[in-house]
Design a protein around this ligand. Structure first.
Ligand code: UDP
Ligand code: GLC
Ligand code: MN
Length: 334
């Protein structure tokens, strides 16, 4: 269906990895819909190329940030102001109906039946079930709705500092008006819910169609051993902010088999995060991917480079560029 699409958002390279896995998971389950990734201007070229190999449309959008530190602090998620950027999805008017999915969601079976639903359909939020969770929702692109949402943002702000607060106050009859707009919880199953009601998860968990890695820690913050099939550094605590180990492994399986090879190619087969960790080159370990440093000029030793630097002859456009230094710092800080 050319006029219906799944839409996601990635403002940076980390969330782009999530978007890649999400796209692969939709393809794996034979969706007939178009796939659209909205990306921020800072998403690196290799990530864009990899997204383009999975998505039908990769569209750069301006970042919109609520800047609402007070409400974001209440959620303990200062990083979520940029989720206002999601609202751009209403501008995709070359589609008649869309399903938005957070980049931290993973599809476990075909969910194309969601397109039979109307705007705004979504599943309850596990923290406050009279609100919908905005990680998965059905919507109808419309410039009019987009501008009404913008006006609503300006006039009322968002009660959580992110898109979910805005969308719930804008579509404020969701909890009462029309039950067909309540998606079953299995279309947006979050770890928080799993651990707050474990018996229900045992009873219904096998029916899950979409898992949502909601919370501060995301699958890409871990690394993975392809030999043992284990996620490194993850000890399930059954705590409310924990990620479910089976779903985490599924995410990593898809990432290491269907995303990472293409992403490495896009980065020119470079070794990622040179000098960052000791075991980075071990074959069986897939480290969380980092943008590689720009190719070093092999003709110059590091001693020679240091001397040039000290003599005020830094290679500002090459190895000593700000971008290169920033990446190196990021690498060490990680
Ligand atoms: N997002 C993004 N960059 C960010 C933060 C969020 O692109 O820095 C997008 C991404 O699609 C993400 C969604 O906004 O899945 C919502 O954020 P997140 O999933 O982290 O929120 P949570 O579901 O954990 O509350
Ligand atoms: C929620 C949703 C997420 C949304 C965020 C900010 O927890 O899962 O999709 O972006 O809140 O409102
Ligand atoms: Mn999310």
């Amino acid at each position: 269906m050319a006029d219906q699409a799944y839409v996601t958002l990635a403002t940076n390279d980390d969330y782009a990895k999530g978007a890649m896995v999400l796209g692969r998971s939709l393809r794996k389950h034979n969706t007939t819909k178009q796939l659209v990734a909205l990306i921020g201007p800072h998403v690196a070229e290799p990530s864009r190329a990899t997204l383009s190999s999975i998505y039908d449309e990769v569209r750069v959008v301006d970042i919109m940030d609520s800047g609402d530190t007070a409400h974001l602090a209440l959620m303990k998620r200062p990083d979520l102001g940029v989720t206002f950027t999601k609202l751009h999805c209403w501008q995709l008017t070359h589609y008649t109906k869309c399903v938005f999915m957070d980049a931290d969601t993973l599809v476990l079976s075909n969910i194309d039946e969601l397109f039979e639903r109307e705007e705004l359909s979504a599943a309850p939020d596990p923290g406050w079930p009279d609100c919908f969770n905005s990680g998965v929702f059905v919507f109808k692109p419309s410039i009019e709705t987009y501008y009404s949402l913008m006006t609503h943002c300006i006039e009322n702000g968002s009660f959580d500092g992110g898109d979910q607060g805005i969308l719930n106050s804008f579509f404020n009859t969701w909890s009462t008006a029309d039950i067909s707009k309540h998606l079953p919880f299995i279309y947006n199953l979050s770890s928080i819910a799993i651990y707050t009601y474990l018996p229900a998860f045992q009873q219904y968990g096998h029916e899950a169609k979409v898992v949502h890695f909601l919370g501060k820690v995301k699958p890409w913050n871990y690394s993975y051993d392809t030999k043992t099939g284990k996620v490194k550094g993850h000890t399930p605590t059954l705590g409310s902010d924990d990620l479910h180990p089976d779903f985490l492994v599924q995410w990593w399986n898809l990432y290491s088999s269907r995303v990472l090879p293409g992403l490495k190619d896009a980065y020119g087969g470079a070794v990622f995060c040179t000098g960052c960790t000791e075991d980075k080159t071990s074959d069986n370990v897939v480290e969380t991917i980092q943008a590689p440093l720009p190719a070093q000029k092999s003709s110059m030793s590091s001693e020679e480079r240091k001397q040039r630097w000290e003599a005020g002859q830094a290679d500002y456009m090459g190895v000593d560029s700000f971008e290169s230094i920033e990446r190196k710092l990021d690498c060490f800080l990680k």
